[in-house]
Design a protein around this ligand. Structure first.
Ligand SMILES: N[C@@H](CCC(=O)N[C@@H](CS)C(=O)NCC(=O)O)C(=O)O
Length: 210
């Protein structure tokens, strides 16, 4: 039995979306951010020591970290879906995207979020993060090339995971000018699986109209 612990307006939306795209049966437990601090509730910390969302529960075993959850769901329940052939040429890029989406792609965003929270916007650290973020967005733009998805014609879990980066970049007002990313996000938001995830998990403010 799969249960996803889902915090509103967070990257757990990506896991709900992945579960919908894989058409897996699952339970969903909702948590709400504190409206002032935007932090998750104590119940998330009671669930798992890291206190972050998402957390997947598979028959009593808990897994935190959205990248690990994505990899786990694909390898355990994917049956080859939403991923390129592991022996084919796109597998390396696919893995890179899955990890980039939760590490180098997100780091500058988090630095900017903290800079803003601690009144350090415009500091050397904040400006360096802006440069790093632009590099990350340019990389996504290059990966998309003329394809519909990051893996060309094949929609994969990498598209779901990576979409969080431009969404947050837009939310903090530094999305820049990336027409291929904009067109890709419109394609992503047109997918039935995306809409099923919203119906199941609730509103997702980061998917603002582009
Ligand atoms: N690297 C982790 C990050 C998890 C994370 O920071 N989740 C945020 C939501 S996007 C969260 O739970 N925030 C609530 C809090 O920190 O209290 C992942 O990809 O799952």
């Amino acid at each position: 039995m799969l249960t996803i612990h889902h915090l509103n307006n967070s990257r757990s939306q990506k896991i709900v979306w992945l579960l919908e795209e894989l058409e897996l049966a699952y339970e969903l437990v909702s948590y709400q951010r504190d409206p002032v601090t935007l932090m998750g509730p104590p119940a998330l910390k009671a669930l798992h020591p890291l206190g972050k969302s998402p957390v997947l529960d598979d028959s009593g075993q808990l897994l935190s970290e959205s990248g690990a959850i994505t990899q786990y769901l694909l390898s355990r329940y994917g049956n080859g879906r939403l991923a390129p052939d592991p022996s084919g040429p796109d597998h390396l890029r696919f893995l890179e995207c899955l990890y980039f989406a939760v590490s180098a792609g997100m780091n500058p965003i988090m630095i900017k979020v903290y800079a803003s929270a601690f009144k350090l916007s415009g500091s050397a650290m904040d400006l360096a993060a802006t440069t790093e973020l632009e590099c990350a967005l340019n990389y996504i733009e290059t990966l998309l090339g003329d394809g519909d998805w990051l893996m060309g014609d094949l929609f994969t879990a990498a598209d779901i995971q990576m979409s969080f980066i431009p969404e947050l970049a837009r939310a903090i007002g530094v999305a820049g000018d990336h027409p291929r990313i904009d067109a890709w996000q419109k394609r992503l938001y047109a997918r039935p699986g995306f809409h099923h995830a919203i119906a199941r998990g609730g509103a997702y403010d980061y998917a603002a109209p582009i």
